[in-house]
Design a binder for this molecule. Structure first.
Ligand code: FHN
Length: 444
């Protein structure tokens, strides 16, 4: 099931268009706080992505406005039905923590432009348009601070609602979708007043935030997005806030993380990403727990806890974080299918997290059989798919002093010579997603 019909073909085209642009980070000098935040971000490894908006009322994903070709007038009726009386910020943060997640990235607004926070820039927001009348992002931010977890705000640059988002982008022009907005608008006002105004609110009213996760620039790849101005505003208001742009292209000046959608860094099976992977910035890969981002009653393609664990291990082995999405229901609850799986992943992380948290991609290149991560004098060999008794690894720097199974600490026989390291894998006592062998390596 696709979250939206537009995605694959068009985004592939835009991706290849952007791929020709050279990566440029040279002009931007991140502050010391920002560099520290990048390290912490890399150490965190696992985050919860939350897509939540008034679209959840229709239970058909976050692209329902576009996919059903609704008019603005029709879509404007939705907020009146959005009353998440069961929303419990404490429970959401506790769930993320129980899953072993170290940060949360939530949609402050998606492509419908609807602010899920108390915005004074426009009344198209949850406080003024819904019977709920409260600001869930404020509650979440306060709770995240209380429970010691970082909160990032997703912010859609693409806007299907504001008339000043003009000229229109590919999501409207290519599908022949006219949603009733006038055929004129003030692009500069959209960026400088509306968008920057809302970003100023998000970076001022919610305490220290992890950063801003941008999405939607791919809708108008040739437009001037005033990025330098917007990025400078963010870094000026909160120097440690990380700018994470999901524009599907090589990083641009002012950006702090390179993110990949539904793929590991360097892969492009889903048709969203550039194959260019920077070695200058932290990496992140996002995916969903089923197939949708926003709440979708027809989507039962839930990934198992084991599949999520493998995604997480593969991300870490590729020196990347995993940002795993759930789409809460319109009443504010998180469906049981997600809760159960997240608890299972959390149990696994409690046992094997040592080989994930605080690590970087290891010295052994990722392969079908598995990946490696590393931290201090430890190399973690994650055996995901290997049925043989012997596992031959390429050469690694430094003498291997010991090899032990993570979990029961059983010792693992090995040999090392200039051609590599050969491990003799113990008999499996139980079926595990990931057999982790910890190599202690002498520093050179
Ligand atoms: O169109 C969005 C989609 O709804 C979702 O937010 C994902 C998350 O990475 N990003 C966009 C597509 O690139």
């Amino acid at each position: 099931m696709k979250t939206h019909k537009f995605a694959a073909g068009t985004l592939l085209l835009l991706t290849s268009l952007f791929a020709s642009l050279a990566p440029a980070q040279s002009a931007y000098q991140p502050a010391a706080e920002n560099l520290k935040a990048r390290q912490e971000f890399q150490d965190a490894k696992f985050g919860m992505f939350i897509h939540w908006g008034v679209y959840s009322v229709l239970g058909d994903g976050e692209w329902v406005f576009h996919n059903r070709k609704l008019t603005v007038q029709e879509y404007d009726r939705l907020p009146k039905f959005f009353d998440p009386e069961k929303f419990d910020a404490k429970a959401w943060v506790a769930l993320a923590k129980a899953a072993g997640m170290k940060y949360i990235t939530i949609t402050s607004r998606h492509h419908d432009g609807f602010a899920m926070f108390d915005s004074k820039v426009s009344d198209w927001n949850i406080v003024q348009r819904t019977p709920y009348g409260k600001d869930p992002l404020k509650m979440l931010a306060d709770e995240a601070h209380r429970q010691g977890i970082k909160l990032f705000f997703y912010y859609s640059q693409l806007d299907w609602h504001n008339p000043d988002y003009y000229p229109r982008g590919a999501t409207e022009t290519e599908g022949g979708w006219h949603n009733g907005r006038p055929d004129h608008g003030d692009w500069n006002a959209y960026l400088d007043d509306y968008m920057d105004g809302q970003l100023r609110e998000l970076l001022t009213n919610y305490g220290p935030i992890g950063g801003i996760w941008f999405d939607g620039m791919w809708d108008k790849p040739d437009a001037d997005w005033h990025l330098a101005k917007t990025y400078a505003l963010i870094h000026q208001l909160q120097p440690a806030a990380l700018i994470i742009p999901n524009h599907h292209r090589a990083p641009l000046p002012g950006e702090d993380v390179q993110t990949f959608e539904r793929d590991l860094p360097g892969q492009n099976t889903a048709g969203f990403n550039t194959k260019f992977v920077t070695d200058q910035l932290p990496l992140e890969s996002c995916n969903t727990l089923n197939d949708s981002w926003g709440f979708n009653i027809g989507d039962h393609a839930y990934k198992s806890a084991e599949e999520v664990e493998e995604m997480l291990v593969r991300a870490a082995g590729n020196n990347s974080n995993l940002l795993l999405n759930i789409g809460p229901m319109p009443n504010g609850e998180i469906q049981q299918e997600f809760v159960t799986r997240l608890h299972d992943v959390g149990e696994w992380m409690a046992r094997y997290g040592e080989s994930i948290y605080g690590t970087r991609g290891g010295p052994i290149a990722p392969a079908d059989w598995g990946v490696s991560t590393q931290k201090a004098d430890k190399v973690y060999v994650h055996v995901l798919h290997w049925s043989g008794k012997l596992l031959a690894l390429p050469p690694i720097q430094g003498a291997v002093r010991s090899a032990r199974m993570l979990g029961d600490d059983a010792s693992v026989a090995f040999t090392q010579n200039r051609d590599g390291v050969v491990l003799t894998l113990p008999e499996k006592k139980e079926r595990k997603v990931d057999e982790v062998i910890v190599l202690t390596v002498a520093k050179q």
